[in-house]
Design a binder for this molecule. Structure first.
Ligand code: PRT
Ligand code: MG
Length: 238
C-alpha cells in the first residue's frame, strides 16, 4: 500500500479521530467511500483513485507510519509520546480530539500530603512513558502498573493510589468518585508523515499537506489560533 509510488495511504483510527478528521479531509477534497463505523473494511477507498485510508487501532497508527505501511497518519500526542516518534515527522497539530493528560485519585485521597511526605504511590496507567517522565521530573518514586484500559477502576478496587489518564469532560472521573489533581499536559491529534515517503512522494504529499493546512484554517471546527506548525518541521511547508 504505502510503497506504491503514485499513491497515498493515510492511517487513522475510527471513533473520535476519524469523526474529527473526516471534515478536514473533506475540506482537502478527500471523501471516504465507506463509513468505518458501519463497514467492516479496514482499507477504505476514497473519491481519489490514488488515496486510501486504513483503519487501525489508535496506538498502532505511529507504527504503520514508522515502517512506511502508511505514508501519513493521524494520532493523539499521547500515543505519539508512548511510541517515541521514530521514523516520522510531526509537522502539524490539528487541534482535534483535544483533552488533557491528568493524574487522578479518589475524591477522599489527600494527594498533596502524600506527595509532600514522599509516600511511594502506586500509579495505574496505559501511558507508562509519559507517567514515568512526569513523576521523575517531580522527583517522586512511584510504582507504575500497566493497564490497557478502564484505569478509573484501579483506585476503587485498591489496585492503585492514583491513575494517569486522559480527561475531556471529566464525567468519567466524576462517575467513579475520582478527582483530577495534576495536569501533565494538553493533548490533541497530530498529522504525522513517514520520513522516506516525504522524500520519494514529495510531489504527492506536499499539495495534500498544504490542503490539509488550508482546510484546518478554513474549518470552523478547528481553532486555527491553536494550530501550530512545530518549528523543527516548519520547512516541510515551504
Ligand atoms: O479505544 P481503544 O482502546 O481502541 O483505543 P484508544 O482509547 O487509544 O482510542 P480512542 O479512539 O478512544 O482515542 C483516540 C485518541 O483520542 C486518543 O489517543 C486521544 O489522543 C484522543 N482523546 C481525546 C481521548 C479522549 N479525548 C478521551 N476522553 N481518548 C480517550 N479518552 C477517554 C479517557 O481515556 C477516559 O477513559 O475518555 C474517558 C474520559 O472522558 P471524559 O469525557 O469522561 O473526561
Ligand atoms: Mg478509547
Amino acid at each position: 500500500m504505502g510503497r506504491i509510488m503514485n499513491s497515498i495511504t493515510i492511517a487513522l483510527s475510527k471513533g473520535r479521530i476519524f469523526d474529527e478528521t473526516a471534515p478536514m479531509l473533506k475540506a482537502a477534497g478527500i471523501v471516504a467511500l465507506d463509513d468505518p463505523e458501519t463497514s467492516r473494511k479496514l482499507i477504505l477507498t476514497t473519491n481519489h483513485a490514488n488515496v486510501w485510508l486504513i483503519i487501525v487501532r489508535a496506538s498502532d497508527v505511529p507504527t504503520y507510519v514508522q515502517y512506511g505501511a502508511a505514508d501519513i497518519g493521524i494520532a493523539g500526542k499521547d500515543v505519539l509520546l508512548e511510541h517515541g516518534g521514530a521514523g516520522f515527522y510531526q509537522p502539524l497539530d490539528l487541534n482535534i480530539a483535544s483533552c488533557r493528560m491528568m493524574v487522578a485519585v479518589q475524591k477522599d485521597f489527600d494527594y498533596e500530603t502524600a506527595v509532600r511526605q514522599g509516600a511511594r504511590l502506586r500509579v495505574a496507567t496505559k501511558y507508562l512513558r509519559t507517567a514515568q517522565e512526569h513523576f521523575a521530573e517531580k522527583g517522586m518514586h512511584v510504582d507504575l502498573i500497566k493497564l490497557y484500559g478502564s484505569m478509573e477502576l484501579a483506585p476503587i478496587v485498591g489496585l492503585a493510589d492514583a491513575i494517569v489518564d486522559l480527561v475531556s469532560s471529566g464525567n468519567t472521573l466524576n462517575a467513579n468518585q475520582l478527582k483530577a489533581v495534576e495536569e501533565i499536559m494538553p493533548v490533541s491529534a497530530r498529522l504525522i508523515i513517514n520520513q522516506a515517503a516525504l522524500k520519494v512522494k514529495r510531489a504527492l504529499i506536499q499539495p495534500m499537506l498544504k490542503a490539509f493546512l488550508e482546510a484546518a484554517k478554513k474549518n470552523s471546527v478547528v481553532n486555527m489560533s491553536k494550530v501550530k506548525v512545530q518549528h523543527r518541521d516548519r520547512n516541510l511547508f515551504l
